[in-house]
Design a protein around this ligand. Sequence first.
Ligand code: ADP
Ligand code: ADP
Length: 237
Amino acid sequence: MIELKDVSKVYPNGVKGLEDINLTINEGEFVAIVGLSGAGKSTLLRSINRLVDISSGDIKINNQSITSASGKSLRLMRRDIGMIFQSFNLVKRSSVLRNVLSGRVAYNNTFRTIFNLFPQKDVNLALKALERVNILEKAYTRSSELSGGQQQRVSIARTLAQEAKVILADEPTASLDPVTTKQVMDDLKKINKEDNVTVVINLHFVDLAKEYSTRIIGLRAGKVVFDGPAKDATDEV
Ligand code: ADP
Ligand code: ADP
């Protein structure tokens, strides 16, 4: 479902973010990308939905090149990809429900968002998403009033409302405590299992990757140094 062929990224300052990456990620996989700070994890993840433009190679999603997509076709491809960030990226002044509804990409940039005119069907979908990550009671709370873990669960609910087929999560637990980390990882695992959503997650720690993922990709200085079953990964990856 996600295919990277000879992918390299050189930043304008000459730093090689990625070098000759070849990977295939299948539908329904739960893949962890592990590596030290600066290894290229963020660059890899952001290349997949083209938040980062690669320098050479090609990235395909469901056999369609996102590298050469533009305009409407790029927007359509991104509709299937949910993104979760370390820093949550919610609109803090807005309610939780409003943030989850923003996952319904179709309503971005229309008058509906200004007047909060959302069809009942979408509101129901958003409420259901909040229920699945156990945070329904916060639907009408301002996002800024939530803890970090709660905010991250809201951003997971946003990908559910989006009906994303792939979730790209960039160190989603890096700023969370161990208990909250577990809740967030459990939610991602549940969505992966129950909805067959493909999850690609950047993690700093191998032990967390081994606990949750089935496959680990180890990156070092922009290159793949390990790719295999999570149980075979050592602390070195
Ligand atoms: P990780 O997510 O594993 O910490 P990154 O993908 O953020 O790694 O970074 C990989 C390398 O690319 C690092 O050397 C980093 O400094 C560099 N890099 C990342 N983003 C930029 C950028 N916008 N401009 C220049 N260099 C960058
Ligand atoms: P994180 O640890 O969350 O990956 P970083 O500190 O690596 O955050 O990067 C934060 C932002 O700065 C990113 O947008 C990244 O692309 C950019 N960045 C990272 N390294 C560099 C660099 N050497 N030069 C310019 N921009 C960079």
